[in-house]
Design a protein around this ligand. Structure first.
Ligand code: ADP
Length: 852
C-alpha cells in the first residue's frame, strides 16, 4: 500500500465522517471531488473526470470553481443527494504545512437555505418520525422560516396521511423504527433515537427554558423524540445558530378537515391530477398573493381547512370587509407588492446567512409596513387589526420607538443601497457609518491619487510619454516602459519583469506605498465584513418580533387575495351553519375559469337530513364529475374562510371529504385498477362519518358488469343506511337508479342532454330524475371515432336492444337477463357477423325534466 499524501489523508478523514454525502473539498479556487464522489458527480453534473496523484495513488477527481458552487449544489440536492462542504479554515498564506480544513456545512434537501435552491411559494420541510409503544409521532421544521411543529398519532395510516400532506423535502427516521412502517415513511435513517427524557433535555437546552409546559405538549410525547432528532440533525448539518427556531407548536390533525392524499389529488387542490401542473389547480385560481410568505400561507390554509366556526367566521369577516372596500383592496395591494419575503429574510439573518442584499430587501420591506398598517387603521374585522396591534405593541417594548423603524434605520445607515452579492470583497458599507472604515477608504483613495501623481511626475522626469503605472496580483505595482524608450530609463529604476515589447520596473518608494495601499484594501474588506456581521446580528436580535410581523402580513396578504378572487369571480359569502349543504347557482371555481366567463352552467345542490344521497346519472361528458367536485370545493373553500363560487350557500361543517374517482387510477403503484378502487372504497366506508362528504364517481367500473353493479349498490346502501354521510354518487349503471325507490334518503338527479337527430348537446344542467339513456355512441362520435365504427356500433346496439326486448317478453316478469344469455342469443342472431340498419331515432329533450 503506497503512502498517502498528507492532503489525501486529510481528505479521507473528512470523507469517513460523511459517507452519505458528496464531499466538496476546497482546493484553492476550486471544490474538488474524489473517488466515488468524483465519478458520481461527473455523471450527474456533466463534469470532466480527471485524476490526482501518480500511479497507485491516483484518485479519480473532478472539480468546480468555488464561485459557481451554488448552482452545482442545487442540482445535486434536487436529485436527492447531500453535499458536505469542506473549506480551508485558515489563510493558506499563513498556514504552516497543510492548510487546515473543516466541514462548514452539509446541504441536504430538507435543510437548504439558499433562495436559489428553493421555491419561494412552498415551504421546504424537514420531517422526522418517531415510534414508541405502538404510538407514532412526527415533527417537522422549515429551516428557512423557523416554523417547527409536532403531533402524535395512534396509527401508521394517520401518520403517513399526514406526511403526505406535509410533503417534506426530506424525512429522517430512526434506525430503530420497525421495518414495515419505515418503508412506508420512506426516509433516510439517522442513528440517534431519543427516549422521552433525553428528548426533553435536548429541547430544554435548545429553547433555553426550564420546562416545556408553556408549549402545551401534553399527549404529544412520542413526537418529542422526533423534534429532538430534528434539532440535532440541523445542528450537525448547518453548524450555525438556529435562533429563528424559537417555538415548538404542537398541533392536532383532528382540529382540521381531514382530506386524504387521494382526495387531495382528485380535487386538484395544489396541482392537477394528470400532469401535476399548478395551472388548473384550485390554488392557481386562488393565489393572488403579493408576497411569497402569503403564497405559502395560502397553500397551508388550503391543505388544512378549519373545523372551528369561530375561526372560519373571523376569516370570512376579514374577507368580507376587503370585498366591500375596493379602495382599501387597491391600496393594500400596492403596499404589499413592495414587501419581500420577511419570513425567510429573517431566517437568513438569524442563521447568519443573510448577505447585504438580503438586509437591503428586509429594510425595503419593513419600510412599507407603517404604510400598510396605516391603511388598516380603520379596519373593523379582528384579523385585519392584527398587523397594527403587533406593530403598536412592539413599539412600546422597544427602546428606539418601533423596532421596525430601528431596523430600517440601522440598515439604511449602514448598508449601501445596491450592494454586491459577495460579502467579503467590500463595497457594502455606506460612508459615514464607521470612522475607521472612512479613514481606510481615504487612505486607499489617497494612495491611488498618489500613484496618479507619481505617474505624471515620472513622465516629466524621464521624458517618456508612454510610461505608465500598473498592477498585477503577483508583482504588485510597477512602472512600465516600452522597449523603444528603454534607453531613457533612469538608473534608480529596478528591473522586475521583461515582456515582449516592454520592461517593468519598481522603485523603493513605489513599494512602500504599495504595502500601505494593499494593507488598507485588505483591512477595508475585512472591516466591511465585520460591520455587516454586526448589523446582521443586531437584526437577528429581533427575530421573534420580525417573525410575528411577517406572519401577520402574510395573513393579510392571503385575506386580500381571497377577497380579490371573490370580487373578480362573483363569489358569495357562505353561511356556515346547520348541517346540510345548500348551494344555489354553484360553480366549479377552476372549470369556470378555463371555460371563460359565462360559459359555465351553474347548478344547485341540496343535501340535508331528509335527502343526504344523490344518485347522479347522465352521459359521459355530461358534467357529472365537475358537478360533484364543485360541491366538494365549495365546502372546502368555505372552511378555509373563503367566499365561494355560488349565488348563495348555506353550509354545515364537513369533517372529512372523501373522493373515489375512476378516471385517474394509479397505474404506477403496481396494483390493479380494481384493487386500488376497492382499497379506496374500503377506506371511505371505514372512516367516513355522518358529517363527512363522500364523492363516488363510477364505482364498480373495474370489474365485470354484474359484480360491479352489485358492489356499487351495496356500497350505496351501506353509506345511506349506516354512515349517513352526505354523498354524491355518479353511476353509469342505470339499474342503480332504482335504489332511490327503496331508500328514502336517496334521490336521482341527472345531467340534461339535448338531442337533435342523432346529434346530442350537453346542457350541463342538473335535473331531478334519472337519465334514461347513456348516449355512449353519440359521445364516441363526438370524440371522433371513424364514421364506420360509429355506424357499426349503432347496428350492434339496436340488435342487442331487440334481443333484450325479445328475451324480456319471454322470461318471467322479474327475471334478470344475464349477460351470458344475452350474448348467447346475440350469437345465434349472427350479431357479430352482419347486421341491420339504424332503427332508433330520437328528438327533443331527454334525461330528466326539460328546462323550462
Ligand atoms: P362526466 O363526469 O359526466 O363525464 P365531466 O364533469 O368530466 O363529465 O365534464 C366534461 C366536460 O364538460 C368538462 O370538461 C367541462 O368542459 C364541461 N362541463 C362540465 N360541467 C359543466 C358546466 N356546469 N358548465 C359548462 N361546462 C361544463
Amino acid at each position: 500500500m503506497p503512502e498517502l499524501t498528507p492532503m489525501a489523508r486529510q481528505y479521507q478523514e473528512m470523507k469517513a465522517l460523511h459517507k452519505d454525502a458528496i464531499l466538496f473539498f476546497r482546493l484553492g479556487d476550486f471544490y474538488e471531488m474524489f473517488n466515488d464522489d468524483a465519478e458520481l458527480a461527473s455523471r450527474e453534473l456533466d463534469l470532466t473526470l480527471t485524476g490526482r496523484g501518480k500511479d497507485d495513488n491516483r484518485m479519480p477527481m473532478c472539480g468546480i470553481p468555488y464561485h459557481a458552487a451554488e448552482g452545482y449544489i442545487a442540482k445535486l440536492i434536487e436529485k436527492g443527494y447531500k453535499v458536505a462542504i469542506c473549506e480551508q479554515v485558515e489563510d493558506p498564506k499563513l498556514a504552516k504545512g497543510l492548510v487546515k480544513r473543516d466541514i462548514i456545512r452539509i446541504v441536504t434537501p430538507g435543510t437548504v437555505l439558499e433562495s436559489s435552491m428553493l421555491s419561494d411559494k412552498t415551504n421546504n420541510y424537514l420531517l422526522a418520525v418517531n415510534h414508541e409503544k405502538g404510538r407514532f409521532g412526527l415533527a417537522f421544521v422549515d429551516a428557512t422560516t423557523g416554523e417547527f411543529k409536532l403531533s402524535d398519532f395512534n396509527s401508521i395510516e394517520k401518520l403517513t396521511d399526514e406526511i403526505k400532506r406535509i410533503a417534506p423535502a426530506e424525512t429522517i427516521v430512526s434506525d430503530l423504527f420497525p421495518e414495515e412502517p419505515r418503508r412506508l415513511v420512506a426516509g433516510s435513517g439517522f442513528k440517534d433515537t431519543y427516549d422521552n427524557d433525553t428528548a426533553v433535555e435536548k429541547l430544554l437546552d435548545h429553547f433555553q427554558v426550564k420546562s416545556l409546559e408553556s408549549f402545551g405538549l401534553t399527549g404529544q410525547e412520542v413526537a418529542l423524540g422526533a423534534a429532538a432528532a430534528i434539532l440535532d440533525y440541523l445542528k450537525v448539518t448547518q453548524k450555525t445558530t438556529l435562533g429563528h427556531i424559537n417555538v415548538l407548536k404542537p398541533y392536532h390533525p383532528e382540529a382540521f378537515m381531514f382530506i386524504d392524499a387521494t382526495t387531495r389529488r382528485n380535487l386538484e387542490i395544489t396541482q392537477t391530477a394528470r400532469d401535476k401542473s399548478f395551472r388548473g389547480s384550485l390554488l392557481w385560481v386562488l393565489d393572488r398573493t403579493r408576497t411569497a410568505m402569503g403564497s405559502r400561507l395560502l397553500r397551508q390554509w388550503l391543505l388544512q381547512p378549519l373545523l372551528d366556526v369561530k375561526l372560519i367566521e373571523k376569516r370570512l369577516d376579514a374577507v368580507a370587509e376587503l370585498f366591500n372596500n375596493g379602495l382599501l383592496r387597491a391600496e393594500l395591494g400596492e403596499g404589499l407588492k413592495k414587501v419581500f419575503d420577511i419570513e425567510r429574510l429573517t431566517g437568513k439573518a438569524a442563521t447568519q446567512s443573510a448577505n447585504a442584499r438580503d438586509l437591503v430587501a428586509l429594510k425595503e420591506s419593513l419600510h412599507q409596513l407603517p404604510k400598510v398598517v396605516n391603511l388598516l387603521e380603520k379596519a373593523g374585522s379582528e384579523l385585519l387589526k392584527e398587523p397594527r396591534r403587533l406593530l403598536r405593541e412592539e413599539s412600546r417594548s422597544s427602546v428606539a420607538g418601533s423596532f421596525v423603524a430601528e431596523i430600517t434605520e440601522l440598515i439604511k445607515e449602514a448598508i449601501v443601497d445596491d450592494p454586491p452579492f459577495v460579502i467579503r470583497e467590500g463595497g457594502l458599507i455606506k460612508p459615514g457609518y464607521n470612522a475607521e472604515l472612512d479613514e481606510l477608504k481615504q487612505a486607499a483613495s489617497g494612495g491611488k491619487q498618489w500613484l496618479a501623481e507619481l505617474e505624471s511626475a515620472e513622465r516629466q522626469r524621464t521624458g517618456i510619454k508612454s510610461l505608465k503605472i500598473g498592477y498585477t496580483r503577483v508583482f504588485g505595482y510597477y512602472i512600465e516602459v516600452t522597449n523603444s524608450n528603454r534607453d531613457q530609463v533612469p538608473p534608480d529604476y529596478i528591473r522586475k519583469q521583461t515582456l515582449v515589447n516592454a520592461e517593468r520596473f519598481i522603485t523603493p518608494e513605489l513599494k512602500d506605498k504599495e504595502t500601505l495601499i494593499l494593507n488598507a484594501d485588505e483591512r477595508m474588506k475585512e472591516l466591511e465584513y465585520q460591520l455587516l456581521v454586526e448589523v446582521r446580528t443586531k437584526v437577528a436580535a429581533f427575530t421573534k418580533e420580525l417573525q410575528a410581523v411577517a406572519s401577520a402580513i402574510a395573513q393579510t396578504d392571503v385575506l386580500l387575495s381571497l377577497a380579490e378572487v371573490a370580487v373578480e369571480n362573483r363569489y358569495c359569502r357562505p353561511k356556515v351553519t346547520g348541517n346540510g349543504i345548500r348551494v344555489t347557482g354553484g360553480r366549479h371555481p377552476v372549470v369556470e375559469k378555463t371555460l371563460g366567463e359565462f360559459q359555465f352552467v351553474a347548478n344547485d345542490v341540496e343535501l340535508n337530513e331528509r335527502t343526504s344521497f344523490l344518485l347522479i346519472t347522465g352521459p359521459n361528458m355530461g358534467g357529472k364529475s365537475t358537478y360533484m367536485r364543485q360541491v366538494a370545493l365549495i365546502c372546502l373553500l368555505a372552511q378555509i374562510g373563503s367566499f365561494v363560487p355560488a349565488k348563495a350557500a348555506e353550509l354545515g361543517l364537513i369533517d372529512r371529504i372523501f373522493t373515489r374517482i375512476g378516471a385517474m387510477d394509479d397505474i404506477y403503484s403496481g396494483q390493479s385498477t380494481f384493487m386500488v378502487e376497492m382499497t379506496e372504497t374500503a377506506n371511505i366506508l371505514n372512516n367516513a362519518t355522518a358529517n363527512s362528504l363522500i364523492i363516488l364517481d363510477e364505482i364498480g367500473r373495474g370489474t365485470a358488469t354484474f359484480d360491479g353493479m352489485s358492489i356499487a349498490a351495496a356500497v350505496a346502501e351501506f353509506i345511506h343506511n349506516k354512515i349517513k354521510a352526505k354523498t354524491l354518487f355518479a353511476t353509469h349503471y342505470h339499474e342503480i337508479t332504482q335504489l332511490a325507490e327503496k331508500n328514502p334518503g336517496m334521490q336521482n338527479v341527472s345531467m340534461l342532454v339535448k338531442e337533435t337527430g342523432d346529434q346530442i348537446t350537453f346542457l350541463h344542467k342538473v335535473a331531478t330524475g334519472p337519465a334514461d339513456r347513456s348516449y355512449g355512441i353519440q359521445v364516441a362520435k363526438l370524440a371522433g371515432l371513424p364514421n364506420e365504427v360509429v355506424k357499426r356500433a349503432k347496428e350492434v346496439y339496436n340488435t342487442l336492444e331487440m334481443v333484450e326486448n325479445d328475451l324480456g317478453k319471454r322470461g318471467k316478469k322479474n327475471e334478470k337477463i344475464s349477460g351470458n344469455r344475452l350474448s348467447a342469443r346475440a350469437g345465434q342472431l349472427g350479431l357479430f357477423g352482419g347486421g341491420d340498419g339504424d332503427r332508433r331515432r330520437g328528438t327533443g329533450w331527454t334525461g330528466g325534466r326539460s328546462p323550462a
